[in-house]
Design a protein around this ligand. Structure first.
Ligand code: CO
Length: 457
């Protein structure tokens, strides 16, 4: 039997309409999902945290608590980026620890963590803290292809993951570039070498995902991630119902309650229609794009790049930039193209082409990466390129967070006028300006209510 993790209320809307599903929409669906027989429902983390405050004026912590209230049977899962948590810098260990503690206290059961470079040292604190507070910890390995990303490379990382104490391993194929035959080889090799459950997370972007899932299932993968149709396919996960139907009556049957799923469908259809109508769901995202198998560019990165080129009036350079991406990746030691590396590599490729000279200009993040501040690159960085950009500067080889002092208490002190809870402090630590605006509005509304109440006493 293969188990299913439902991703529609996290990755589904993040992939298809910029993470704009509201808490009410998420809760309405989760109420039904709770009876479907999923292994878990992915409800939190990724871009949902930022988007809730920035675009919806909603408290992400409240969303989690609301979902927990209606999900009595199902495990709730979240995703975050190791030592980056959900932000864009490395946080000290005590902030990572507090984030795990509060996530679990507010309702999360399974914490999935990954690191863009697969530097396992950046995941150690998250694993330790998740276990400490009674959560289930899954480590996701970012999947990509390159001369160094071989089956042996992933098997040796998976062994490290297992010995670090993770409860399960996920192959996270964010760009949807894992092909069926490679999935068979990879899952077969992993099953031989590790004993913790293996989950596959991929995207339909290139049009091969369902075939890859079937191959992985036949090779013994334990769990796969799917998204309730009609919020499926395109740049999101394969359809939950279609996979359940395809496996029905076989030894892999996930035994989902189809009546429950059919009950959720019309609600999802209404939600999806709303975002088609308001333009947030671009029908283009629902089409498959086999070209990504050549350039390995995830959907989100492609739309970023198109925007940068359009802003510069340089869309005629589009093909040239696409061809530059694999070269930049090679120069930088083949980082997988996942946040934040996807944005960094994409921007560098645009700069290299538009400036007519490679690495004439570089973003601060690329310089930090070359200094070792993101961790260890999968392969060696080209020494000439490094020299051109950062000269003979010293390079960090330790775990980057080892250089950081504890900072949670300092953050608490810094935000004492705005934050009313440790959860607020964490929101502020992760998305400072967005959280300041959000919390000011939130608590201003609170005090108005109190005043009105007092007037009527
Ligand atoms: Co994903």
């Amino acid at each position: 039997m293969v188990r299913i993790v439902e991703t529609s209320v996290r990755d589904g809307h993040q992939s298809l309409f910029a993470t704009r599903m509201t808490t009410k929409e998420v809760v309405d669906l989760c109420k039904i999902y709770d009876d479907a027989g999923y292994y878990a429902i992915e409800v939190w983390g990724g871009a949902t945290f930022d988007a809730a405050m920035r675009f919806l004026n909603e408290d992400p912590w409240e969303r989690l608590r609301e979902v927990r209230k209606v999900c009595k049977k199902s495990k709730l899962q979240m995703l975050f980026r190791g030592q980056n948590i959900l932000g864009y810098r490395h946080y000290s260990d005590d902030v990572v620890d507090m984030f795990c503690k509060k996530s679990i206290e507010n309702g999360i059961d399974i914490i999935r963590v990954f690191d863009a470079l697969n530097d396992i040292r950046n995941l150690r604190q998250a694993v330790e803290s998740t276990k400490k507070y009674g959560g289930e910890c899954q480590i996701a390995l970012s999947y990509t292809t390159s001369p160094v990303h071989t089956i042996d490379y992933y098997v040796s990382l998976a062994k490290e993951v297992e010995s670090l104490g993770a409860d399960s391993l996920c192959i996270k194929d964010m760009a949807g570039v894992l092909l069926p035959e490679d999935a068979t080889k990879l899952v077969t090799a992993l099953k031989k070498e590790i004993s913790i459950p293996i989950e596959l997370h991929s995207h339909c972007t290139a049009g091969v995902c369902e075939m890859t899932y079937m191959a992985a299932i036949k090779a013994g993968v334990d769990i796969v991630d799917t998204s309730l149709s009609p919020l499926s396919n395109g740049t999101a996960q394969p359809s939950t119902q279609a996979l359940a139907d395809a496996l029905k009556g076989t030894e892999y049957d996930p035994k989902l309650n189809m009546d429950v799923l059919h009950k959720a469908e019309p609600i999802m259809t209404q939600i999806v229609n709303k975002y088609v109508k308001n333009g947030l769901l671009n029908p283009k995202s629902l089409q498959i794009n086999p070209n990504i198998l050549t350039y390995q560019v995830p959907g989100g990165m492609l739309s970023n790049m198109i925007k940068q080129l359009t802003d510069q009036g340089a869309m005629d350079k589009y093909e040239e930039v696409l061809r530059e991406i694999p070269k930049v990746r090679k120069d930088l030691g083949y980082p997988p193209l996942v946040t934040p590396m996807s944005q960094m590599v994409g921007t560098q490729a645009v700069l290299n082409v538009l400036n007519g000279e490679r690495y004439k200009m570089c973003a601060k993040e690329i310089k930090d990466y070359l200094h070792g501040r993101y961790g260890k690159s999968p392969a060696e960085v080209d020494p000439d390129i490094r020299k051109k950009i950062i000269g003979d500067d010293e390079i960090i080889t330790c775990r980057p967070a080892d250089l950081l002092e504890p900072e949670f208490e300092k953050l608490k002190e810094q935000y004492k006028d705005i934050a009313r809870s440790d959860e607020d402090v964490l929101s502020l630590a992760l998305f400072e300006n967005v959280a300041v605006d959000f919390l000011k509005k939130k608590y201003a509304a609170d005090s108005v209510e109190t005043d009105e109440f007092e007037m009527f006493i």
